[in-house]
Design a protein around this ligand. Structure first.
Ligand code: TAP
Length: 453
């Protein structure tokens, strides 16, 4: 059997060996999923909701176990990993509540009655990246299961451990066999099999824009439904009238969280000219105080990058002559890279344009509101962003002007599972989370009944 060595990025030690599935394994899982769909879709909504609630409860009980597993597998700080495991439990429970509220409609038409039904789409392939293995999996599978679809989930090859455990918890909670399966292996084999197999009716893909484009092209051949959550290069806009102390204290968390391996990372800070000196003095203190250390410690605020290859990629972007200041990293083994602040780049610079996906941020200045919006929008991406100002009218105006799916005013928060999440432009297609997410796993069927017969 072909296996993948799963490496702890903090220590570079092998922590597990996981099966590298073949395309045949993936197709078998898809066929089983198709069989399981027949009864899962027919299950009484109350029963499906009950099973999902039990599943959510199991994930919540396993919070510490899942969090510790993620620290070992992904190098996430234990505080973040606990939040991530809790987020999965929350999301499953939230969509358990949606099952019994999914309704069609009755529309008045001449000559009869017209009824719409929401019908689950069938087998769904959920393809997950390595940066947030737990939440991103949950945002895909939970609303799909709630809608009555069945799921074959492919975690990233380097971070399969929590997904495998969550699939066991689903069975322990009573979710019938094959309703929710995890198939481990590479994107080019298992991922491609999900995208190509005609039995898979919908793909939820989170990952790089480049791979997302290829998936959309292949899915188009079968008019396969896709939701794409892709890259980002978001702006953190700081106006001079904001609470600069709070904006500067928050900025490291808005870009260095998860070592910058975050699609929502605000990796371009835009500061109003008159506030630049004050902001930078306070930001430097916040960056140098950031605790970059063993992620299993409760005090840790940033862990390592995911792999040595990814660290080399991050390093290749950074021109040392442009580094303004940096945080520190621990000695010894692990794929560490320090929080790094870059200045003196204009909008044509690669660091202003490309998603580095590491703890690297550029700082630029703007003159006024109009220029701030223009600079924020000077990107092919549009996923996230923050606006700092004490003028709420201005905050809302700028939020309306920025071409991005998720903005926060006076906050670095990106995700609240009650609200829709997704990107403009090259950052994606469709929305996850929020009350409407289960509908994205349904077809709408319209039936006309002639009452004049
Ligand atoms: P990718 O290399 O695109 O991989 C994402 C997933 O797709 C992995 O499971 C990968 O498998 C699989 N994959 C690779 N090639 C495939 C193919 N040809 N067909 C089907 N599946 C394939 O991204 P990554 O490096 O893991 O993740 C980082 C990227 O994800 C960043 O761009 C980040 O912005 C984006 N991201 C976006 C969001 C949202 S919500 N917008 C959230 C998180 C991350 P293997 O890696 O196992 O081979």
């Amino acid at each position: 059997m072909s296996v993948t060595q799963v490496i702890n990025p903090s220590t570079e030690e092998t922590v597990a060996e996981v099966k590298r599935a073949s395309a045949a394994d993936a197709h078998l899982a898809i066929e089983r999923s198709q069989q399981a769909f027949k009864s899962w879709r027919q299950m009484a909504p109350g029963k499906r909701a009950e099973l999902l609630r039990a599943f959510g409860a199991k994930v919540r009980e396993a919070n510490e176990e899942l969090a510790r597993l993620e620290v070992k597998n992904s190098g996430h700080t234990i505080a973040n990993a606990r939040w991530e495991a809790n987020n999965v439990a929350d999301v499953i429970t939230y969509y358990a509540g949606a099952v019994e509220r999914m309704t069609g409609s009755q529309i008045p038409v001449p000559g009869g009655v017209d009824i719409t039904f929401l019908e689950p789409v069938g087998v769904v392939g959920v393809i997950v990246p390595w940066n947030f293995p737990m939440p991103i999996a949950g945002w895909g599978f939970a609303p799909a299961l709630a809608a009555g679809a069945t799921v074959v989930l492919k975690p990233a090859e380097v971070t399969p451990l929590t997904a495998l455990r969550i699939a066991e918890l689903a069975l322990e909670a009573g979710i019938p066999e094959n309703v929710f399966q995890v198939v481990t292996g590479s994107g080019s084999v298992v991922g491609e099999a999900l995208v190509e197999d005609p039995l898979v009716r919908k793909i939820v893909f989170t990952g790089s824009t480049e791979v997302g484009i290829g998936i959309q092209q292949k899915a188009a051949k079968r008019i396969k439904r896709v939701t794409l959550e892709l890259g980002g290069k978001s702006a953190n806009i700081v106006f001079a009238d904001s609470d600069i102390t709070k904006a500067a204290a928050s900025a490291p968390y808005s870009v260095f969280d998860n070592a910058g391996q975050d699609c929502c990372a605000r990796s371009r800070i835009l500061v109003e000219e008159s506030a630049y000196d004050e902001f930078m003095a306070k930001f430097e203190v916040a960056v140098t105080n950031l605790r970059v250390e063993d992620p299993s410690l409760d005090s840790s605020e940033m862990g390592p990058l995911i792999t040595g290859a990814h660290r080399r990629s991050v390093e290749s972007y950074v021109d040392e002559s442009l580094v303004l200041f940096r945080g520190s990293i621990p000695d010894g083994r692990g794929f560490w890279y320090p929080p790094t602040v870059i200045g003196g780049v204009d909008s044509s610079h690669i660091l202003f344009r490309e998603e580095v996906f590491g703890p690297v941020v550029t700082v630029s200045t703007f003159k006024d509101e109009t220029e701030a919006i223009e600079m924020a929008n000077d990107s092919e991406y549009g996923l996230s962003g923050s606006i700092w100002t004490s003028n709420l009218g201005k905050g809302l105006r700028v939020a309306r002007g920025v071409e991005s799916g998720n903005l926060s005013v006076n906050s670095h928060s990106s995700v609240r599972y009650w609200t829709p999440f997704g990107g403009y432009k090259m950052s994606g297609l469709g929305r996850e989370l929020g009350p409407d997410a289960p509908n994205a796993f349904c077809e709408v069927k319209n039936v006309f009944i002639n009452t004049d017969i």
